[in-house]
Design a protein. Structure first.
Length: 78
């Protein structure tokens, strides 16, 4: 799996207590674990669910990205 395959765009389609369910452009589901019970983070996730916006997700690590789509500096090649 190369670097480009790891990062996909996804929409939040469900929110559970300990995970957030996302759907990729290829209709694959990714369950992102919620590590902390941060109230503001969960409010943002609900807003993203309602709005239907696409967010970047690391498919391999099953985590949301901490940086913007256009921030190439964060994608260092190992």
């Amino acid at each position: 799996m190369n670097k480009d395959d790891k990062i996909v765009s996804a929409q939040i389609v469900g929110i559970k207590k300990e995970e957030i369910v996302c759907r990729t452009e290829n209709n694959k589901l990714i369950n992102v674990d919620v590590i902390n019970n941060d109230e503001i983070f969960m409010e943002v996730m609900v807003d993203l669910l309602i709005s239907g916006l696409w967010v970047p997700v690391n498919r391999q690590l099953k985590k949301f990205l901490d940086y913007d789509w256009l921030d190439n500096g964060s994608l260092e090649v190992d």
